[in-house]
Design a protein around this ligand. Structure first.
Ligand code: SF4
Length: 157
């Protein structure tokens, strides 16, 4: 990470100071974001500090503050191409990344009474950030444009 940080800082400096913000090149990443996700077995768990309720908040409190709302009968805007992939691939191999990267807790792995794992989608909380469409390792989630009028509503912004 430090290498990217220093290189990025240097590039921004050259762009701004030497070229006045009009550098004649565009930096591109070599891979799509979803191709870069590593299997959970190759990663060390991160011990995040608990939210303090003053500067940092848990996800559902943040969703509440965003005034996110959707009409109950709105068309589905989060679709799975396969209902098996979330458990068979994402949960088994990547420890359920959709339940981690979604800032609104929309994706939740639950266990049915019969002991069967499945992905539950709480679309009502969706903040329309589109992260799931970009980051899902199997590209199994189709985010389609939501019905107008719903989503987050920050009244003071
Ligand atoms: S668009 Fe963003 S908030 Fe909505 S489900 Fe996807 S990751 Fe979550």
């Amino acid at each position: 990470m430090a290498k990217g940080l220093y290189l990025g800082t240097l590039m921004v400096g050259i762009d701004q100071v030497v070229f006045g913000g009009k550098a004649p090149w565009t930096l591109r990443h070599q891979h799509a974001d979803h191709e870069c996700l590593k299997p959970a077995a190759e990663c060390k768990p991160i011990d995040y500090p608990k939210p303090d309720g003053k500067l940092t908040f848990d996800r559902l409190s943040s969703v509440f503050i965003s005034n996110t709302n959707h009409a109950e009968d709105q068309p589905v805007h989060l679709r799975l191409q396969s209902s098996e992939i979330p458990v068979q691939v994402n949960l088994r191999r990547y420890a359920g990344p959709e339940a981690r990267f979604c800032p609104a807790g929309v994706y939740e792995f639950v266990v049915s009474e019969e002991g069967r794992e499945r992905l539950q989608i709480n679309a009502q909380n969706c903040l329309h950030c589109k992260t799931c469409d970009i980051k899902d390792p199997a590209q199994n989630i189709d985010w389609v444009t939501p019905e107008g009028g719903g989503g987050p509503n920050y009244p003071n912004m």
